[in-house]
Design a protein around this ligand. Structure first.
Ligand code: ZN
Length: 335
């Protein structure tokens, strides 16, 4: 119990730090986001180094906040001259995620992870409306998808690196749109193409509460109903069915083990339940309700679970408070 409570408190502090950090980037307004894009990675602590230069002229820069510079200097957190994407510093071999559903158009992964040169490794994805996203500077052998593959938003598609013209490991994320007058570089920050403002990683959650945070006492051969709630802090909605990213509880420690407490309502021995609601949008709270049936010897047990977006992503168990249910099974005999 102590472990779980300490984990939850730490998570609250972390979540607050992430939100404060994001807002302090200087969002000019709080206007609602308009697009269907999330940040192209899973780690919520990754920050921005340089955004898109929306002024294509040399020596003239316009950043995502609307500020202009008549120079060619590097402006950390904002822009550098002629930059065509958004740079996110991250450790080598970090997971890179698709910003939106699409189809893989092109892949290159033959250059060395930190080999400096004119060309680097990348994955390029085409989306339904003709917009393309590019994930550049990947590691050697760092493309995890093949040309023609259908990609789901939030899917891990590559591993980061520093191939190509790269001064320090980072991901260069670029969005481009074909127009009648040529290819237009999009700034998803300035144009609010994120699903939320500011942009978020696809999948992130935090523990809220459960039906019984103390020990569940269950009589042998009977079932109790338990529920747990998690807040959706990511940029993607969670879904009950396969209309979108499907949220479910899975057994944990180890993942996908068969549980001894499976009740009749479980979809499988390692999945207690899908999400209760049809969908839970960003900032919403999702409840997961399921039975726990005690068909085991009397005694004390601990059942660990984790939240998962099937089949794309297991949540960071620590961020969900290392969710587990202490159980005491007692005899069913009438004294
Ligand atoms: Zn870049």
């Amino acid at each position: 119990m102590l472990g779980r409570r300490r984990g939850l408190r730490l998570m609250k502090a972390l979540a607050a730090a992430v939100i404060v950090g994001a807002l302090s980037l200087g969002a000019p307004t709080s206007a609602a986001a308009a697009g269907d894009y999330t940040l192209p990675f899973h780690d919520p602590e990754v920050g921005l180094s340089y955004g898109v230069d929306r002024d294509r002229a040399v020596g003239s820069q316009l950043d995502w906040t609307g500020q202009k510079w008549k120079d060619t200097a590097y402006h950390w957190g904002r822009v550098y001259d002629q930059h065509s994407g958004i740079d996110y510093p991250m450790a080598l071999q970090s997971a890179v995620a698709a910003a939106r559903d699409g189809t893989v158009l092109d892949v290159e992964e033959g250059f060395g992870t930190t080999a400096f040169g004119s060309y680097g490794n990348f994955v390029r994805i085409g989306h339904a409306d003709g917009v393309e996203t590019l994930y550049y500077h990947l590691a050697y052998d760092g493309a995890l998808v093949s040309i023609g593959a259908q990609i789901q938003a939030g899917q891990t598609i590559g591993r980061s690196g520093c191939s190509g013209i790269c001064y320090g490991a980072h991901l260069h994320f670029q969005v481009s749109q074909a127009t009648s007058s040529g290819v237009r570089i999009v700034d998803p920050m300035a144009e609010r193409w994120w699903t939320t403002w500011p942009g978020r990683v696809p999948f992130l959650g935090a523990y809220v509460r459960e039906s019984n945070a103390a020990t569940e006492v269950i009589r042998q051969y009977t079932t109790v109903t338990h529920w747990v709630e998690f807040r959706n802090l990511g940029g993607r909605s969670w879904w009950r069915d396969r209309s979108g990213a499907r949220g479910l509880l899975g057994t944990w420690l180890p993942a996908n083990r068969s549980s001894q407490f499976r009740a009749i309502d479980w979809p499988s021995a390692s999945v207690p339940t899908w999400l209760d609601a049809v969908s839970v949008p960003p900032d919403g709270t999702g409840r997961f309700t399921f039975g726990l049936r005690a068909a085991v010897a009397t005694g004390s047990y601990s059942e660990a679970f984790n939240l998962r977006i099937d089949p794309l992503y297991w949540f960071d168990a620590a961020s969900l408070g290392n969710f587990y249910i202490p159980i005491t099974v007692i005899t069913n005999q009438i004294e």
